[in-house]
Design a protein around this ligand. Structure first.
Ligand code: ADP
Ligand code: MG
Length: 219
């Protein structure tokens, strides 16, 4: 398994008290498998992705990545994990403003020591980014920036891609096109994909759909 969550629980404490958001999550994702994660707003989808990314810790339960317990990693191992094993595409593009498009795309691939100019040329062509390689993020539209963010993640060919409503800032038609592209390119890269999406049309194109409801994974 690329990712395996078992018995994962997570609560948040605020001034209003403590609420349990995840109440025993069991989820396995195999190599190259694509899984759509849906659920009502506030059901804990982003919380689950943060745990899978090693950005936060569960209260109890296990998050295994390639069979390894990420809670057991020290800071160096966790940084290495984020650099090489997992790619994250969130709604905020988080491009590096001082780097042009070409450099933004190769940045993570180089960090992960998986820089491959031929794959990168394929990505920039498929994503329609060839005309913009010398531009800086602020000189791009939202849709173009999102395609750069996706290209950057795919360029590193991570074993697992976590995508949290990655096209939430785009209009529906553009968002669907970009997600379609991300799905087919993730397949080419051999990356597993856990994608939070509201588009049932898109969810249908993934290998499997799971729903987060009352803190648990249903169907
Ligand atoms: P989703 O992504 O499915 O919309 P989230 O995982 O973002 O849901 O949030 C689940 C619930 O946890 C929401 O009720 C949200 O308000 C709450 N929550 C998320 N993060 C925090 C936090 N850091 N502190 C307190 N409550 C939080
Ligand atoms: Mg969310």
């Amino acid at each position: 398994m690329v990712l395996s969550l078992s018995g994962v629980r997570k609560s948040y404490t605020t001034t209003e008290g403590t609420i349990e958001i995840l109440s025993g999550i069991d989820l396995d994702i195999a190599a190259s498998e694509s899984v759509a994660l849906t659920g009502e707003s506030g059901s804990g989808k982003s919380t689950l992705l943060h745990l899978a990314a090693g950005l936060d810790h569960p209260d109890s339960g296990l998050v295994l990545m390639g069979g390894q317990d990420i809670a057991s990693f020290d800071d160096r191992e966790r940084a290495r994990y984020r650099r090489t094993q997992v790619g994250i595409v969130f709604q905020q593009f988080n491009l590096i403003p001082s780097l042009n498009v070409a450099a933004n795309i190769s940045f993570h691939a180089k960090l992960a020591e998986r820089y491959d100019p031929i794959w990168e040329a394929t990505l920039t062509k498929e994503l329609g980014l060839r005309p913009y390689l010398a531009r800086y993020p602020e000189q791009l539209s939202g849709g173009q920036q999102q395609r750069v963010a996706i290209g950057r993640t795919l360029a590193a060919r991570p074993p697992l891609i976590l995508a949290d409503e990655p096209t939430g800032n785009l209009d529906e038609a553009t968002g669907d096109t970009v997600l379609d592209l991300m799905l087919s390119l993730a397949r080419s890269a051999g990356s597993a994909l856990l994608l939070v999406t509201h588009s049932s049309r898109l969810a249908d194109r993934l290998d499997r759909k799971v729903v987060l409801r009352s803190g648990r994974i249903a169907g």
